[in-house]
Design a protein. Structure first.
Length: 469
């Protein structure tokens, strides 16, 4: 993860084997058999797997050229001291053991938890803007999966699900659902939402590109987080808002009048077929961001694409379809993990930190209320209502979590704190893929639904810790 930390200091390093596997094997003592084992473990060229069975898969290289200065070398040394040799991390202990999630302790700054158990799947959808809850709109949906079919699916999962005793008798529920219609823009929070073939309906179907057709993200343009898209299913439009700008709408109906093929390196180097949303929308974004840019949308006839490192071993991998996401269809985080990380970051910052602010930085699709922090990393699959998801790996975080999603301001402390808290790793949250059910009834993901996890085969179930301890 050195390259991610270096990016916070505007230092560019090269990591891996540098397209020279022979030299990599010689200097790291990697045999041909090790190379094969690493491949079987899911390690491929260009990924972020640094260690396999505790052994490094590559190295870090920093290059100096004719334009480099003595100050550049000093900057790199300061980076090493600040991030790798600092002893400040040990001054703030981070509990590696599980922490129980107490709903009462969360209610003050996360009021939605109190009502989570009262929210049940209903045959309509409530769209709730992330920053404007008073403007909720109601859309009627004329479908609902038969109860018998739902129960049969949940019964099958329940046989292998984590026993209730492990969770202290408290069910795990969905507390928040977010979709991000425009890649790298603000979240749109909902209480219920349809699930499509690529994930949540309309999640990351659009993206902003520069004048060269390259996707723009918050890494290059933090102000993208200030663009607030919302979906109106009844009117079939996406409304885009930003401070100081008049709202503008984009039809949800696909228009292939002007097509372009864009190569976006952050979508696993896959070419995705897209079409331009027009001059009016392009002018709006160019004015707000202060640079020429355009809004494009993924075409519905794009062939299925999947990431081999994420879909390894999945029986349904050939049926997986992705939108403009980087890794997988869904990203899930646990509020208990957020609360534990919040304590660590607040101590390092020496100032209070709002739970909601930290939650937004991690840009999840599904937020759950599991009682133990980071227990989600022990799961192999989960069931939510009639939906079944397979866990395809952890989410390795980058510098985007350093951006305040309300203001666009950067603070590198957040990635540094995550790395320190998690033993030099930057994993937070898990990626999910939805297993197609081949049902004529569209699926609905709802806040308040119970989550049934299935543990990995090598995970031992421990009894709940006594409250007296």
């Amino acid at each position: 993860k050195v390259d991610k930390m270096a990016s916070l200091y505007n230092i560019h390093v090269r990591t891996g084997c540098f397209c020279n596997t022979g030299a990599c094997q010689m200097h790291l003592g990697i045999s041909n058999e090790d190379i094969q084992r690493n491949l079987q473990a899911g390690h491929v060229c260009g990924d972020d797997i640094d260690l396999v069975d505790g052994r490094p898969t590559g190295s870090v290289r920093i290059s100096f050229g004719y334009m480099s200065s003595f100050e550049d070398a000093q900057t790199f040394l300061k980076f090493i001291i600040a991030t790798r040799l600092s002893k400040s991390d040990t001054e703030i202990p981070f509990q590696s053991s599980v922490t129980k999630l107490m709903t009462e302790a969360v209610s003050d700054d996360h009021p939605s938890f109190n009502n989570a158990d009262k929210l049940a799947p209903i045959p309509h959808i409530l769209d709730r803007g992330l920053r404007n809850n008073s403007s909720a709109t109601k859309t009627t949906v004329n479908w609902q999966r038969p109860e018998a079919e739902t129960e049969s699916i949940r019964a099958a999962v329940s046989e292998t699900a984590v026993p209730t005793c492990r969770r202290g008798g408290k069910p795990i529920t969905v507390t928040n659902i977010y979709l991000y219609p425009i890649k790298s823009c603000s979240a749109f929070e909902v209480t219920e939402w349809p699930v499509g073939n690529q994930g949540l309906l309309y999640d990351r179907n659009w993206m902003v590109v520069n004048q060269n057709g390259v996707c723009m993200t918050q890494k290059q343009e933090p102000r993208l987080c200030l663009v607030n898209p919302s979906i109106d299913l009844k009117k079939k439009v996406m409304v885009i808002q930003a401070k100081g700008m008049d709202p503008i709408s984009v039809s949800l109906e696909e228009n292939t009048g002007k097509e372009a093929v864009i190569c976006e390196s952050k979508v696993c180097s896959h070419r995705v077929k897209t079409y331009d949303c027009g001059e009016r929308i392009a002018g709006w974004f160019s004015l707000f961001l202060g640079r020429p840019c355009r809004l494009i949308r993924q075409s519905s006839d794009t062939k299925n694409r999947s990431h081999q490192k994420n879909t390894k071993g999945l029986a349904f991998a050939t049926n997986i379809s992705l939108s403009l996401v980087n890794e997988a269809q869904y990203l899930l985080i646990n509020i208990a993990s957020i609360l534990q990380l919040k304590e660590h970051i607040s101590a390092r910052l020496e100032e209070p930190l709002e739970t909601e602010e930290l939650l937004q930085r991690f840009r999840a699709n599904i937020v759950i209320s599991a009682p133990e922090s980071f227990e989600e990393e022990e799961w192999a699959e989960i069931s939510i209502g009639a939906l079944r998801f397979q866990v395809v790996g952890p989410c390795s975080r980058c510098q985007i979590i350093c951006i305040d999603q309300q203001s666009g301001e950067r603070n590198k402390e957040f990635l540094q704190s995550l790395s320190a808290a998690r033993g030099r790793k930057t994993n937070f949250g898990i990626y999910l893929m939805n297993q197609p059910l081949h049902s004529p009834f569209p699926d609905i993901l709802s806040v308040g639904s119970e989550v049934l996890p299935v543990l990995k085969e090598n995970t031992e179930i421990q009894p709940p810790t006594s409250s007296e301890e």
